[in-house]
Design a protein around this ligand. Structure first.
Ligand code: 5GP
Length: 188
């Protein structure tokens, strides 16, 4: 059996974070990758837990040293997947990346064995309600994120799997089944 690099993507507010946390809590063999970002920590976020919070200078330096599996810019900040961190973790664990759709597609180019899973909302209105309930952002920012949702959902067919997050327990077990199935496949 191989360890699998799993990319979990989907529109902001779809519940990626909650699902990723449950997958890691319930499965000792799954570890969560930690991305680097230049955005400021939100209340309750800790460096080295949700993200490695670094400066734009540090981020550019890491790009020049080919230190990212992929990176991109969202809302004027940079986000990237640290290459060494992921490849080291894969030696002992299945590794879960929680990143955006374009990032996921870039990972697949760099690492064709990656398994891409897109998490879908039961409906677009549901996701807007979730973002407002989370209320860490202004309505303007929420509207910007809503525009991005359609863009991301349009790329669904480029992903290996799509899982609807209607019921949390069902979504988590669907993803666990996908991972178990993929662990038994041979490398590409
Ligand atoms: P947030 O600021 O809400 O934590 O994340 C904003 C967006 O950045 C989300 O869509 C999130 O999935 C994406 N993101 C987080 N980490 C990475 C990463 O390492 N690479 C890329 N490309 N996107 C990321």
């Amino acid at each position: 059996m191989r360890n699998v690099l799993i990319v979990l993507s989907g529109p902001s507010g779809v519940g990626k974070g909650t699902i990723a946390k449950l997958l890691v809590e319930r499965n000792e063999d799954i570890s969560l990758s930690i991305s680097c970002t230049t955005r400021a920590p939100r209340i309750g976020e800790t460096d080295g837990k949700e993200y490695f919070f670094i400066t734009k200078e540090q981020f550019k330096d890491k790009i020049s040293k080919d230190g990212f599996l992929e990176y991109s810019e969202h809302f004027e900040n940079f986000y990237g997947t640290p290459k060494d961190f992921v490849l080291d973790s894969l030696k002992t664990h299945n590794v879960l990346l929680e990143i955006d759709v374009n990032g996921g597609l870039d990972v697949k180019k760099a690492y064709p064995d990656a398994v891409l899973i897109m998490l879908l909302p039961p409906s677009i209105e549901e996701i807007r309600a979730r973002l407002i309930k989370r209320s860490t952002e202004s309505i303007d920012k929420i509207n910007l994120r809503m525009q991005r949702i359609e863009y991301e959902l349009n790329k669904k067919d480029l992903y290996d799997y799509a899982v609807v997050n209607d019921n949390l327990e069902v979504a988590v077990s669907d993803i666990e089944n996908i991972i178990n199935q993929e662990k038994n496949k041979t490398s590409k």
